[in-house]
Design a protein around this ligand. Structure first.
Ligand code: KIV
Length: 280
């Protein structure tokens, strides 16, 4: 069993040019698969709203839902760095509420870090949570919880003006004390500049290869999420197809009477059948 990686390992990996491998996970079996596959880090993302609950976005997700899924992932991957994702309105209202909710992830679900969205505008939240002794990962670029303000789920940093705002956010996140940064849907040139400029490890989801590691949503990677597929996704298998085919086969066999067979049955102990039939 490989040793669980901790925050100092991610700094060492950045210094040595080793990429961090990071996926989302929302449940116990997926966390087990991820740990067996050797992932460095897992995010219990608020994307669970879409991937698990079928909501149209992440806004309806609650703290209680996030905690329950973090607990399951922690149990499935006890030797992997697990990060909880702060849902919409769990940190926007005040520094005090942000610290209290971030603390719940550690106290109730034993996660290693929390992530929240935003740069300059959440700097005081990052500072307050960090000062409470909690490891924070920033998340800038396309931030799904505030996609309305960004004009939809759109890539950020594609013009000089927009790229400069993304860089300002990155500097604000590091300056406020975050120990890790995730950049979403930003051109690779901008991400490369940020990763080279910042001391903290910088990871990408849809922000190109030139940084310290990659994140993907597990439901995209395994071909389970059906609603839409962002440009940056690579599907490594098609679970939706495999599972639907298996279910169709089951339906067919039950209907035609070829499942179950005696191989799937518990037989009566020798001699019991005759006695049973006599007594009933
Ligand atoms: O919730 C999540 O999975 C995320 C990713 C989109 C980065 O925050």
């Amino acid at each position: 069993m490989p040793k669980k990686k901790m925050i100092h390992d991610f700094y060492k990996m950045k210094a040595e040019g080793q990429k961090v491998t990071w996926l989302t996970a929302y449940d116990f079996p997926t966390a087990q698969f991820a740990e067996a596959a050797g992932l460095d880090m897992l995010l219990v993302g608020d994307s669970l709203g879409m991937c698990v609950y079928g909501y149209p976005g992440t806004v309806p997700v609650t703290m209680d839902q996030c905690i329950v899924h973090c607990e399951a992932v922690r149990r499935g991957a006890p030797n992997t760095f697990v990060m909880g994702d702060m849902p919409f309105l769990s940190y926007q209202v005040s520094d005090e509420q942000a610290v209290a909710n971030a603390g719940r992830f550690l106290k109730e679900a034993d996660v290693d870090a929390i992530k929240l969205e935003g740069g300059v505008r959440v700097a005081s939240r990052i500072k307050a949570i960090t000062e409470a002794g909690i490891t924070v990962c920033g998340h800038i670029g396309l931030t799904p919880q505030s996609s309305g303000l960004l004009g939809g789920h759109k890539a950020q940093g594609r013009t000089v003006e927009s790229a400069k705002l993304v860089v300002q956010d990155a500097l604000a996140v590091q300056g406020a004390g975050a120990r890790l940064l995730l950049v979403e849907a930003v051109p690779p040139e901008v991400t490369k500049y940020i990763a080279e400029t910042l001391e903290i490890p910088v990871y990408s989801i849809g922000a190109g290869p030139d940084c310290d590691g990659q994140l993907l949503i597990v439901s995209d990677l395994i071909g389970q999420f059906q609603a839409f597929t962002p440009k940056f996704v690579k599907k490594y298998c098609n679970v939706a197809q495999v599972v639907t085919e298996a279910m169709k086969e089951y339906v067919k066999e039950v209907r035609e009477g070829t499942f179950p067979t005696m191989d799937h049955c518990y037989t009566m102990i020798a001699g019991e059948q005759e006695k049973f039939l006599k007594e009933v």
